[in-house]
Every structure is written in structure tokens, then in C-alpha cells.
Ligand binder design. Structure first.
Ligand code: FAD
Length: 410
């Protein structure tokens, strides 16, 4: 890959432009590069790789559908989705190994844990799905969880081996650096607008334009700023904090597992992770289309952590940050050809490291006219949402009800 340290500063042309170098965009660029080695590919990234959204997540690489994606009425379809997600995880693992990406990939599996009766019920439903799909999982009680992860906060849990943990900024940097030679990357070069010009697309950036035969929109929730997906997608901001490394005394109270990850029983609950270097990470809170200051969210993150680990009340946070996830009403992605030679994959609704990798690869195949899996027929199509202020009102009402249900899981 030819990496340009400078932003794009001239007008260029190419065969395929990919907007956004997250997991979706990088997977799309790699696949176009592999299938069409003579194509000239340009990747435009608004920030620096690893500094933006894709590097700011909690680093869970999930090999199975998330609980809110599960459709129990249609097990055969769900099994196909799971198989594709597992294939994408295998290809990520292969890339990490062959490119020697030092991102601390660790096969931890994952805990899903509930602190309330409502949460326990939803865990039971998820377990029924895993059982029906033939996917192994173990049921755990408070004492089991306490010995494995060190907290008695949860009343019930399930452990499933289908998850890896990694350092997300190192992962996305490593993947971006090893794109094929026919890809050029321009960081700090946000696409500002798109225009159809004589069978091509003109992509405007602050200091130069790209004239491309085909465009792939892989900038997730930010595609709305370019005029696409407004009626189907919202940006939900969620937040995380990472403690300073814990001393040996505190670490000994964080369970016997060397590294672990806990996902909540309710999607509005908190995610927890113990990292390889002996820190705890907590992710919580959702804000509709609103990026808050770290200082505004820190008290809530602190409270979520100390409810689980009161002994960590005085351990400082080394970092507090937030990022956007592309959210759709029915948790299905916006995927496929939007206009002639303009393609999109957006709205992973969480779990986007592996799902984004899958959807980006399949979209590249579709873009090049290959016969490929139709993501929409398997994962669904993002449903229409009315515009603001109705949408905001709807989200506020649903969020208030869901927050109430999830109150014990935060
Ligand atoms: C705090 C937090 C924790 C999370 N934890 C997890 C987790 O543990 N596991 C998991 O799988 N998912 C997690 N997620 C969700 C995950 O980060 C996303 O689903 C995933 O990053 C989606 O990948 P993507 O490539 O589709 O989009 P993004 O990661 O959003 O990437 C889009 C890229 O496009 C760029 N961009 C935006 N606008 C433009 C423009 N105009 N021009 C050029 N480039 C542009 C952005 O800078 C960004 O690099 C988490 C998210 C957050 C915020």
C-alpha cells in the first residue's frame, strides 16, 4: 500500500474510492485489491488511522450474532449469519498472523452477565438461541463469576468461547498498513461532498478532489453528512474509560482469568474488560447524535465501575473517550448499491469489528460485479425512520423505557 503521510493536496482520479478507513473500509479496500489487482484504489480517511472511531472501541471480536440481532423464528438464517461472521473472524485472525500485527489478539471467549431478574431472563433467551444453534456455552452463578472475574455484582452469567479480545487501535493500524500495493491511503482527508460527473463520482476533500469510477461509502454513521442514509441511520455515541494499571493486590481481586470480557445482558448495560496489562475498561452510556465531553461522562463511568469493583473507587482513569456507532431501528445494516456505482455499508449496530470486516468484503465483491452473498437478505435491511423531531422524540421514549429496564445492568 502506498501510504501518504500528507493529506490529499491535488486532484486525482482512480477506479475505486473508499470513504472511511474503519474495519468496513479496510476490508473493502483489501478485497477490491485482491480481486482486481490492476485497479487503482484510493482510501480517504477523515482522521489518522487508529486515532478515530475504529481505534476507540472495547476490542471484543465477536464470532456470533449479538443478542439483539438474534431472530429465534429463523434459526437457519441465523446459522448462516453466524457462519459468515465466523469466516470473517478466521480471515481477521489469518491477517493478524500473516502480517504479524501486534494487537494482543487473545482467545478469551466472553461472559454475558445479568445483575437483575429481567437481565437473567434475556440471558436465558440468548442461551436458548446458542443451544439451538449448537454453539457451546456454560451457565454460571454469582460464585462462579466471582472466582473468574472477581465481582459478585452479577446474579447469573453465561460463558461462550466465541470471542477474542484485541487492542483495537493497533489492529486497525496494522490492517491499514498492509493493504495491497494498488491501494493509496490519504489520512486527514475527509470527503466533504459527492457529485455524479459524466459516469464518474467526484469526491471533494478540503485540498483536492478524487474522480472515481466507483465509490464505496464506509464511513458508518457519518455517511449522513454526505447526504446518504439520513432516513435510516442515527449516530449513537457511547463512552469508555480505562483505569491505570492495577497493582498486584488489586489485580488479585479481579478474578483468576488472565484477561476477560463481560458483555451486558441488556444492550444499554455496561461492558467490562480486563486487559493484558492489568487494567479494567468500562464502556457504558448511549447518547443520541451527541458527542459529550469526557468530563461529563466520567462520573457515570466511574459509578458503573465501582458498583462492580468498589475497591477500585480511587484508581484513576488513564483515559476516558467516546465514539459513534451507526444505529438502525431494526439493527439491520444499510448495505448495497445506493446509486449507480455508489455503494454503502453502514450501521453495524455494535459488533462492527468482525461484522464490518464481513460487510466490507462482501460489498467489495458486489461493487466489482461478483456473485456474492446478499447481506440484506441475511442480515435484513435498515428500516425507514421518520425525520427529526419525531425521530428524536421516538428515540427518547424508547431509550427511557429501555434505560428503566436496563437500570440494574448499567
Ligand atoms: C466506545 C465503543 C466501544 C465499542 N466496542 C466494540 C467492541 O468491543 N467490539 C466491536 O465489534 N465493536 C465495538 N464498537 C463498535 C465498533 O467500533 C463499530 O461497530 C465499528 O468500528 C464499525 O466499523 P466501521 O468501519 O463500519 O465504522 P467506523 O469504525 O465508524 O469507521 C468509519 C471511518 O470513517 C471515517 N470517516 C468518517 N467520515 C468520513 C469522511 N467524511 N471522509 C472520510 N472518512 C470519514 C472515520 O474517521 C472512521 O475512521 C464500539 C464502539 C464504541 C464507540
Amino acid at each position: 500500500m502506498r501510504k501518504n503521510l500528507e493529506p490529499l493536496k491535488q486532484n486525482i482520479h482512480c477506479d475505486v474510492t473508499i470513504i472511511g478507513a474503519g474495519y468496513t473500509g479496510i476490508a473493502a479496500a483489501r478485497r477490491v485489491g485482491e480481486l482486481s489487482p490492476n485497479s487503482d484504489i484510493v482510501v480517504l480517511e477523515a482522521s489518522s488511522i487508529g486515532e478515530g472511531n475504529p481505534g476507540r472501541n472495547s476490542g471484543f471480536l465477536l464470532e456470533v450474532a449479538l443478542a439483539h440481532d438474534v431472530d429465534k423464528q429463523n434459526l437457519a438464517r441465523m446459522q448462516q449469519c453466524n457462519q459468515l461472521i465466523q469466516q470473517a473472524m478466521r480471515s481477521l485472525r489469518d491477517d493478524i498472523e500473516r502480517f504479524k500485527i501486534d494487537c494482543g489478539l487473545f482467545h478469551s471467549g466472553t461472559y454475558r452477565a445479568a445483575a437483575s431478574a429481567t437481565g437473567s431472563k434475556s440471558l436465558e433467551r440468548y442461551k436458548a438461541f446458542l443451544d439451538a444453534a449448537g454453539l457451546r456455552c456454560d451457565t454460571l452463578d454469582t460464585a462462579d463469576l466471582s472466582s473468574r472475574i472477581g465481582t459478585r455484582f452479577y446474579r447469573k452469567g453465561i460463558y461462550s468461547p466465541h470471542c477474542y479480545l484485541a487492542q483495537p487501535a493497533a489492529l486497525i493500524r496494522g490492517l491499514a498498513e498492509r493493504l495491497p500495493d494498488n491501494a493509496r491511503m490519504y489520512e486527514n482527508s475527509p470527503a466533504l461532498g459527492l457529485e455524479r460527473k459524466s459516469n464518474c463520482w467526484l469526491v471533494k476533500t478540503p485540498h483536492g478532489d478524487v474522480l472515481a469510477k466507483k465509490v464505496i461509502l464506509a464511513n458508518n454513521a457519518f455517511c449522513k453528512a454526505l447526504g446518504f442514509g439520513q432516513e435510516r441511520l442515527v449516530a449513537m455515541y457511547t463512552y469508555a474509560a480505562l483505569t491505570e494499571p492495577l497493582d498486584a493486590f488489586l489485580l488479585a481481586q479481579c478474578g483468576e482469568d488472565e484477561q476477560w470480557g463481560v458483555l451486558p445482558a441488556h444492550r444499554l448495560g455496561s461492558t467490562l474488560r480486563r486487559t493484558a496489562d492489568g487494567r479494567l475498561l468500562i464502556r457504558s452510556l448511549y447518547r443520541y447524535e451527541k458527542d459529550c465531553n469526557a468530563s461529563d461522562v466520567e462520573p457515570e463511568l466511574r459509578s458503573a465501575l465501582t458498583r462492580r469493583f468498589p475497591q477500585l473507587a480511587n484508581v484513576p482513569f488513564a483515559a476516558v473517550w467516546g465514539g459513534a456507532t451507526g444505529f438502525t431501528f431494526n439493527a439491520a445494516p444499510l448495505w448495497g448499491e445506493l446509486r449507480p456505482e455508489l455503494y454503502i455499508s453502514a450501521g453495524c449496530n455494535g459488533g462492527g469489528i468482525v461484522k464490518g470486516t464481513l460487510f466490507g468484503k462482501l460489498l467489495a465483491e458486489r461493487t466489482l460485479g461478483h456473485d456474492t452473498v446478499d447481506v440484506s437478505s441475511l442480515f435484513g435491511t435498515a428500516r425507514y425512520m421518520p425525520p427529526d423531531p419525531l425521530r428524536k422524540l421516538g428515540f427518547s421514549v424508547i431509550a427511557a423505557v429501555e434505560r428503566f429496564r436496563a437500570r440494574a445492568e448499567v
